[in-house]
Design a protein around this ligand. Sequence first.
Ligand SMILES: NC(=O)c1ccc[n+]([C@@H]2O[C@H](COP(=O)([O-])OP(=O)(O)OC[C@H]3O[C@@H](n4cnc5c(N)ncnc54)[C@H](O)[C@@H]3O)[C@@H](O)[C@H]2O)c1
Ligand SMILES: [Zn+2]
Length: 391
Amino acid sequence: MAVIRIKSSSGSYEVHCANGILARASALVSRLRDATGIFIVSSPTIWKHCGRAASSAFRGLAHRQAILFDDAETEKRLAIVEELCRALIHLGADRRAVIVAVGGGVVGDVVGFAAASYLRGVRLVHIPTTLVAQIDSSIGGKTGVNLPEGKNLIGAFYPPQMVITDPDLLNTLPHREFRSGLYEVVKTGIIADVELFAFLERHMLSCLRRDPETLASVIVRCIRVKANVIGRDERESSLRQILNFGHTFGHALETFTGYRRFLHGEAVGWGMCAATLLALATGRLAARDAARILRSILSVGHLPALPKIPAAKLRALLAGDKKSRGGRIRWVLPRRIGSIVVGVEVPWPLVSRVVGELPGIVREAQNQTRVATARHPDARVRNRADYSAIQ
Ligand SMILES: NC(=O)c1ccc[n+]([C@@H]2O[C@H](COP(=O)([O-])OP(=O)(O)OC[C@H]3O[C@@H](n4cnc5c(N)ncnc54)[C@H](O)[C@@H]3O)[C@@H](O)[C@H]2O)c1
Ligand SMILES: [Zn+2]
């Protein structure tokens, strides 16, 4: 089992990560002293897949009935926080209660915010059930909900007491959701971990097959990178911005398509391709590294087609990104594999040219990746799900 300590301004906490560790959740949570009650919160979908295992892990310890709420992104809103808090009151949760969020990023963000606000803060444990939640949203203490005006506009930094990460829980995740998380895994290698990057170059098919050992080691590696980054910059003053690699263009794509065409990781996949080509075009990145990065992103699978975004619209969307200052777009660009530069301004005509060339370059790289993947030794043992994933 890997235990990764996360440093946070309001106390440090541990991520316990191992295949099958959910079965030990009750012993781990019992370490939290003087709990008057343990309340599990999840969604009906997740509970259908993980409920039996979670209930039996907490048998006799948690409140008998889990609180379930719909975890569609559209339900990530303040009214749900109110509903959760009212349910907690009705179930008798007091200041010494422990709330256990079992789910993906939506459940983690909403329940985390409820835990931060309920009785001015009760203890929180995350049990992440998506790849994104295991490597990203359960670590770092960001919680919150959306407003009709935009995503994550209300929230709080509220670190959990503990995170229990069981990669076996990912077995039931829909393949597209799983692949979406893999783009963020690739991102981690590009921004800060050359060895992880090289490992993914060799073992992407095992990842796509969800080979338990491969997956567990990759997840632990990603958690360590995020732990290291936020340990040094919890509130995103500078270093934490490296985690936003691919997100400047990615967020613009998500907003332009109303969050309907792309899963987050897929938009980030396009965003990383765009940032890589920008780094290449501005002489910051060697052509060889750019080619390796593109191949690695595309080895995760097919990206949904890029929409045509009018230049003025794209510029406005990019300038609306959280990292931009006074309407000036600040890019997060790779300078080599494992190293990133933040806050880069690039002349607009160059951005516009690169975005125009993006679909053609990616299509070409995608074709080459497909040939290389078919020749890969792992390709002989791939199953149908993998095969469709790399088509
Ligand atoms: N707080 C942070 O630092 C942070 C970081 C990244 C993303 N986020 C947020 O996370 C959200 C996205 O989270 P996500 O990518 O984890 O997806 P998600 O929470 O939207 O879950 C995706 C789908 O998978 C289902 N699901 C979850 N676990 C499952 C399992 N084990 N088996 C079967 N189905 C399962 C869910 O019910 C849902 O339908 C966004 O709202 C984003 O803003 C937050
Ligand atoms: Zn992201």
